[in-house]
Design a protein around this ligand. Sequence first.
Ligand code: RTP
Ligand code: MG
Length: 147
Amino acid sequence: MEITLALLKPHAVRNVYAFQQIQQILQKNFKILHTKEVHITKEISEHFYAEHKGKFFYNRLVTFMGSGPCYAFVLQSKNCIAKWRELMGPTKVYKAVYSHPDCIRALYGLSDTRNACHGSDSEESAVREISIIFPELNKNQLTAAES
Ligand code: RTP
Ligand code: MG
């Protein structure tokens, strides 16, 4: 079993229809171990997206993530990292629309940055990102959920 972090970004949480549709997709495909509404402060966002520091979209991304509440989910299933990223679709919304018109980012993304959702890209990122967003969970619990 694998675990991953899914984050619904501010504009997708504000859009009630998008929020309900994405939640249904999550419930259908994964066991939801933890969920909460989270306000991602500038400090949390800078830590979370440290790998992108210096890129042209970094400031825009950090500002956007703090523009309203996000919704976070710890998901569990076989291959859930790849499965959730497949359901999200390509990072860039214009590519998503052309190549995977049914994916979440094609349906609810607004721009390359406001692309509706986030998913961890590896087991290491999943544990790191879950610890940032859910600091109240202890790392041993997370590692146990992965086995
Ligand atoms: P994520 O980390 O959010 O699951 O998405 P990802 O792996 O598909 O994309 P990544 O390259 O890690 O980028 C992280 C987030 O930065 C924003 N971004 N904006 N050209 C742009 O304006 C641009 N490129 C990336 C997106 O919000 C992306 O999800
Ligand atoms: Mg990424």
